[in-house]
Design a protein around this ligand. Structure first.
Ligand SMILES: NC(=O)CC[C@H](N)C(=O)O
Length: 376
């Protein structure tokens, strides 16, 4: 089956279709990970995008549902140099082709992904139309030009209902803007009592859950598309320790008065070097983002830049100067990518412990104390 990918600049790639038949549009981005295609496919932050893997062989270890970062893949399309349909791995349950078919996602293989990546690097990310139909290029061009980039992806991928993952330690409210399961995994591994709430949970709804700390998740799209989340974060700032990841970092920055902007072609991969400005130590990080916090805008806020990207010097970490809150643009939960940064979850729990020492009479403790007294 033939498939074609047409970019906004007119470049046409003709290759072989795999996965579902059909047509899709979206922002064409590239990920440089050598492994981790399952985690990429199932990371809700890619919702609305057509993802190209720069590593040339994809599918060789198949698909294992345990490795998913969310229940379903959310990418709009998948582009690879070569798709391996016969996985060689004892954990493999089925092929990438079967997964894409199951979820109606169009894939294209046998195209020059190096050329595609270089084009994106030169021009910046572009819209693209991916199709298995045999319509004329003019027709495709017409539909691509009227297609719009998705804007409401957070509402689409966030949980609709509150759910919990019980634990005996700190109560963490995880605000789900499209959270990867890795975040929940890291918190539950540390014994946290996690309550996951929808992206539009209000400050009062979150307060009523008596959190010890609030975790702001990753998520798809432009942070400015979710103004309500920005408002909620600003209401809760200073009341509870906060830790933001990726979209959570950008929303937090906006809530504190900083600004965000779009990067030319984003950071997506498992080997982005990030410098911790306090120690000068470089960490290799997992990343997936197209927006960034604007550096000049931070100067007029109570935020301090804690980490920068060693490649393009963009902001990778922030902390609040007055309140217990810090955020990172990269993914400490890894998956895919190195686990070197999971210490940040320990740092969050330490921040919560310090905050409790300074503010012993938090509502939850006071309530618990009253309940215990009443029972005596
Ligand atoms: N992984 C994320 O949370 C991505 C954040 C945001 N959607 C961006 O592209 O910059």
């Amino acid at each position: 089956m033939q498939a074609r990918l047409l970019l906004e600049d007119g470049t046409l790639f003709t290759g072989t279709g795999f996965g579902a038949e059909g047509e899709t549009t979206g922002e064409v981005v590239f990920n440089t990970g050598i492994t981790g295609y399952q985690e990429v496919l199932s990371d809700p932050s890619y919702c609305g995008q057509i993802v190209t893997m720069t590593y040339p062989l994809i599918g060789n270890y198949g698909i294992t549902r345990d490795d998913f970062e969310s229940i379903a893949p959310y990418v709009n399309g998948f582009v690879v140099r070569r798709h391996e349909n016969v996985p060689s791995n004892w954990r493999a349950q089925y092929s990438v082709d079967a997964l894409l078919k199951e979820y109606g996602i169009v894939g294209i293989s046998e195209i020059d992904t190096r050329m595609l990546t270089r084009l994106i690097r030169q021009h910046g990310t572009m819209k693209g139309i991916l199709t298995t139909s045999n319509q004329s290029v003019a027709e495709l061009q017409e539909r691509l030009s009227v297609s719009k980039l998705a804007i409401n992806q957070v509402a689409h991928v966030s949980t609709k209902h509150t759910y919990s993952s019980p634990g005996s330690k700190e109560r963490i409210v995880l605000v789900d803007y499209g959270a990867k399961s890795g975040i929940l995994r890291e918190l539950t591994a540390r014994g946290c009592d996690v309550v996951v709430v929808s992206h539009d949970a209000t400050a009062d709804e979150i307060r009523s859950l008596h959190p010890d700390g609030i975790q702001l998740s990753n998520g798809p799209g432009d942070p400015k598309d979710v103004p309500q989340a920005i408002q909620t974060i600003s209401e809760l700032l200073g009341e509870y320790p906060m830790f933001g990841i990726c979209l959570g970092h950008q929303l937090f920055a906006l809530a504190c008065g900083a600004d965000t902007e779009k990067l030319k072609f984003g950071h997506r991969g498992g080997n982005h070097p990030v410098k911790d400005l306090a120690t000068n130590r470089c960490y290799i990080t997992s990343q997936n983002h197209g927006f960034t916090v604007n550096e000049e805008s931070v100067a007029n806020t109570d935020l301090e830049v804690t980490h920068i990207n060693n490649n393009d010097k963009t902001i990778e970490g922030l902390k609040h100067k007055k309140y217990p809150a810090f955020t990172v643009q990269y993914h400490p939960e890894a998956a895919p990518g190195p686990y070197d940064n999971s210490y940040l979850f320990d740092q969050f729990l330490q921040m919560i412990a310090d905050h409790k020492l300074q503010h012993p009479a938090k509502p939850r403790q006071a309530e618990l104390a009253a309940a215990v007294k009443g029972a005596r």
